[in-house]
Ligand binder design. Structure first.
Ligand code: ADP
Ligand code: ADP
Length: 234
């Protein structure tokens, strides 16, 4: 199943005569269960592209389908529902609520859902095991490390079983050990739960966890690298 399809996407900032083309000729297809990295230098257009897929920004031209829905023809209310039901977000800066425990932060996206309490409990425990944070579920963000915060944020991003997880420089604020732990958890999530993940990064180490890495430069996708699972395990 195709989870994301972008056709001829273009993004121009500013007005005619004084405009800047941040993205052009973007064609991209992501299948269910893929772990895709988009890698490129600062200013290449990574954030612009991710914001467009996040439905937070709109392209100047092109068409985008996510989970079978044309996101560019939705109104704000539909987009809000769409984000809540289909997308999971992992940011560089965690965005955890300080007044809630780790567990409460994780279950937040299910607050408005009709998922039964027992099912929520099971899901949280499964995810906490995947991310190695089961023993800190009762703690507050203030008392946990940056790495644990990011794994909490990642748990929150996937608790509602989104069709697509969008990660924007998720290791940007982490030391290399915490980054490794987060990336291994994402990889596990992808392999065990077939979660579809799109991660933007300028970090080659982070990109090395992806099954497919697409390189972006000057607003264009220009190269793609596929990794073979068996080679990777050596
Ligand atoms: P990256 O995430 O790869 O560092 P960005 O997507 O943030 O790159 O930026 C791509 C280009 O678009 C940059 O040259 C940036 O200055 C420009 N840009 C981004 N957002 C805006 C904006 N709101 N207005 C004008 N130019 C922008
Ligand atoms: P709601 O649907 O509750 O009204 P929003 O539509 O504002 O909330 O945001 C929906 C999702 O988009 C949230 O999960 C939020 O974390 C994420 N989000 C908000 N702002 C940004 C941003 N600048 N970039 C990427 N994702 C964002």
């Amino acid at each position: 199943t195709t989870i994301l399809q972008a056709k001829h996407v273009e993004k121009t900032f500013g007005i005619q005569g004084n405009s800047y083309t941040a993205l052009q000729g973007i064609n991209l297809e992501i299948q269910e269960g893929e772990f895709v990295g988009i890698m490129g230098p600062s200013g290449a257009g990574k954030s612009t592209l991710l914001n467009i897929f996040s439905t937070i920004d709109t392209p100047t031209a092109g068409d985008i389908t996510i989970a079978g829905q044309h996101i560019l023809s939705m109104n704000e209310e539909q987009l809000s529902d769409f984000r809540r039901n289909q997308l999971g977000f992992i940011f560089q800066d965690y965005n955890l609520l300080d007044t809630l425990t780790v567990k409460e932060n994780i279950v937040l996206p299910l607050a408005l859902s009709k998922v039964p309490a027992a099912e929520i409990e099971k899901r949280v425990n499964d995810i906490a095991d995947t991310f190695g944070i089961r023993d800190i579920l009762g703690k507050y963000p203030y008392h946990i490390s940056g790495g644990q915060k990011q794994r909490t944020a990642a748990s929150r991003a996937i608790v509602a079983n989104p069709s697509l997880i969008l990660a924007d420089e998720p290791t940007g604020a982490l030391d290399s050990k915490s980054a490794a732990s987060l990336l291994q958890s994402l990889k596990k999530l992808n392999e065990l739960h077939h979660s579809t993940i799109l991660m933007v990064t300028h970090d080659a180490y982070a990109a090395s966890f992806c099954k497919r890495v697409i390189f972006i430069k000057d607003g264009r996708l220009y190269q793609e690298l596929h990794r073979d699972d068996q080679l990777r395990k050596v």
